[in-house]
Design a protein around this ligand. Structure first.
Ligand SMILES: [Zn+2]
Ligand SMILES: [Zn+2]
Length: 248
């Protein structure tokens, strides 16, 4: 009961800060977060930069991998051959250009302004309510990298997104500290994070998983399998940005 009350207070505080920021932007229009042009609208970036951002508009419904066209349907060939453990993915941006610099500023320099801007981009693209799920579960960061950075970026995003979507969080546990996925190919990434996560069940029927950048989807796949083992039946995933297949 006390925990539920505390959670409601955290959610209310997060919403209040967001409303205050939006009010401040209207009252004191500032400069575009990307090009420093004077702003006229509600968003912290200008229409020109909005047009230049790598929005992931044409993407697989199941894994959010960018697709050249919708000609072959809304699910990619890889998902048709080997469906992932999650049912749907929402990843509004491609991990390229300005997005790479912004994500790196957030993750490696612990820049909270970059984190807030990433959250604004995500909510702007996805709306103010969660697409599915009764609980939000952030991919838990590696112990080593969390210690090196001084914070866990995905957990930070999870707290912020839970407040915006008014979705209670559930915490997943790392069973072991998997080495970095950087530089690994698709199969090696899958092997690297196999059985890396655990959850205390039973989970609610429907959960929504969160990561910052989705590269091959191996980490989210491993977490989704752990959620299924703990009783979830419908699993959606959300991430900020998706690495295009030619960059993996
Ligand atoms: Zn701009
Ligand atoms: Zn797919």
């Amino acid at each position: 009961m006390i925990r539920r009350y505390a959670l409601r207070r955290v959610i209310a505080a997060g919403n209040l800060r967001w409303r205050l920021e939006r009010w401040l932007r209207r009252a004191l229009p500032g400069y575009c977060a990307f090009c420093y042009a004077r702003l006229t609208g509600d968003l912290p970036w200008c229409p020109d930069c909005d047009g230049d951002l790598p929005w992931n508009v044409v993407a697989c419904r199941r894994c959010a991998e960018p697709m050249a066209t919708r000609g072959g349907g809304d699910v990619c060939g890889r998902c048709l051959r080997r469906p992932p453990a999650f049912d749907a993915a929402w990843v509004p941006l491609r991990y390229e250009g300005e997005l790479i610099r912004l994500v790196q500023r957030f993750k490696f320099s612990a820049d909270p302004r970059a984190g807030r801007l990433l959250m604004e981009l995500l909510v702007h693209a996805m709306g103010t309510t969660a697409p599915c799920g009764e609980r939000l579960i952030a991919v838990p960061g590696s112990w080593t990298r969390t210690r090196e950075r001084g914070f866990d970026p995905v957990s930070w995003l999870g707290g912020s997104l839970a407040a915006r979507w008014q979705l209670p969080r559930l915490v997943a546990l790392r069973q072991r500290d998997a080495p970095s996925q950087r530089g690994l190919d698709r199969a090696a990434r899958r092997h690297n994070v196999r059985d890396a996560f655990g959850l205390e069940g039973p989970l609610p029927e429907s959960v929504l998983l969160l990561d910052d950048v989705m590269t091959t989807g191996a980490t989210l796949e491993s977490l989704a399998l752990a959620c299924r083992r703990a009783g979830a039946r419908h699993i959606g995933v959300v991430a900020l940005a998706r690495t295009p297949p030619d960059r993996i």
